[in-house]
Design a binder for this molecule. Structure first.
Ligand code: GLA
Length: 391
């Protein structure tokens, strides 16, 4: 697989940029979040893992300041040209706003990119699926800049720079989860990250006799035009209201009981539900990781299911596509747990499915989805992979 990919990349690079002299190849994964959704900007816990699918890059330095971008996923767009003197976001620049944003962010952090690049990508994460194709491109770009120009930044800093670029350059107020999961990924492990202070722990995900299956709704979503930023402000407002009656830094500081005893400080019923999700989901994440450590996969699955219900009813970020995938999954024998994953409003679900049930799961859920929604869902049995690498 990796060898074929290398050959394919070098061949295309040569076709697009004339030759492949001096080019280096890279890979950064995508991610899936097992539990802990919409908690990362609320000072709570998340439990994501890197995948073995992701973004491949072929990059070489240039002798001028030009940036020439090409994506094998958007081949019809051809080469998109820009320059290091023009690192500004613009609509026409399309996907190149992600690598450009990271180059800009390095400059802002005192690491000016010294020369231009021929920069080609090829991703095998389904686009707009909620498996963080954009964070994957961001971390890949940071990793490439460090490798080519010797900047002294840790993987954790690469994650923070990626998030900074997404917030400041691309206008999405995302939390740290995606970039962190990608930059810090470790095969066969998920990352139990406390977003309040970025302390983290790797937890082995040993699903004896079961696998992680991702179902992609094929309902496209872009975070920028979704209600993501709106949810974030609702939580911030609820926090300000709670802070009038108690001394907390974030919703993630609260347990369920303390929240219930104080939630009447939040003036609006909708904001109560948003905050309730943030508080309960954080607690569920802590409990789920404890369950996994005890090898209590059944409980882990139940907590995944509860997570979905909360995202559907209290946080309202699911929609008919994701609800159909999850509710149909719950009907299938051998499904340990199933929930939407990522920002929501489209994108993917993540399920834990017993090996013997996987074929049936794909058939049954796929059929019901097509009947109800009118188009197909795609299914991927995935593996947990490592962070970014030079190939
Ligand atoms: C997106 C954001 C993350 C996180 C999730 C929801 O993936 O990029 O920071 O907030 O949504 O959990």
């Amino acid at each position: 697989m990796a060898k074929n990919m290398k050959e394919k990349m070098l061949k295309t690079f040569t076709e697009v940029f004339g030759d492949a002299e001096g080019v280096k190849l890279y890979f950064a994964p995508g991610r899936v979040n097992l539990i802990g959704e919409h908690t990362d900007y609320n000072g709570g816990h998340v439990f994501p893992c890197a995948l073995t699918i992701g973004t491949y890059g072929a990059v070489r330095k240039r002798n001028d300041n030009k940036l020439r971008f090409y994506s094998m996923n958007f081949d019809k767009l051809g080469v998109i040209e820009s320059s290091l003197e023009d690192l500004k976001p613009c609509k026409e620049a399309g996907w190149t706003n992600y690598p450009k944003g990271v180059m800009w962010a390095f400059g802002e952090k005192g690491m000016k990119v010294p020369c231009g690049m021929d920069f080609m990508l090829n991703g095998n994460i389904p686009n707009g699926s909620g498996l963080s194709s954009s964070a994957s491109v961001e971390v890949l770009t940071g990793f490439v800049l460090r490798d080519l120009f010797g900047f002294e930044v840790s993987n954790q800093e690469l994650a923070l720079i990626g998030q900074f670029s997404e917030n400041q350059f691309n206008g999405v107020n995302c939390g740290i989860m995606d970039q962190f999961a990608i930059a810090m990924g470790k095969a066969e492990h998920a990352i139990f990250l406390d977003t309040a202070d970025l302390s983290y722990e790797y937890a082995p995900v040993r699903l004896a006799g079961a696998k992680i299956v991702i179902a992609c709704s094929n309902k496209k979503r872009g975070l920028g035009d979704s209600k993501y930023n709106e949810r974030r402000s609702e939580c911030e407002e609820a926090l300000r209201e709670l802070q009038k009656v108690m001394d907390i830094k974030a919703l993630g500081d609260l347990d369920e009981e303390t929240f219930e005893a104080n939630c009447n400080a939040i003036a609006d019923e909708v904001r109560v539900r948003r905050a309730r999700h943030a508080v309960y989901e954080n607690r569920r994440t802590i409990k789920a990781v404890e369950a996994l450590k005890r090898n209590d996969i059944e409980l882990f699955g139940k907590l995944m299911n509860q997570s979905h219900v909360s995202l559907r009813d209290d946080y309202e970020v699911t929609g008919i596509e994701l609800d159909t995938l999850v509710e149909e999954a719950w009907k299938v024998d051998g499904v340990i747990g199933s929930r939407m994953t990522g920002a929501g409003f489209g994108g993917c679900t993540v399920s834990m499915v017993k090996d013997a049930a996987i074929d049936n799961f794909i058939e049954q859920v796929g059929k019901a989805y097509k009947e109800k929604i009118g188009y197909e869902a795609d299914f991927y049995v995935v593996e947990i992979g490592d962070g970014p690498v030079v190939l």
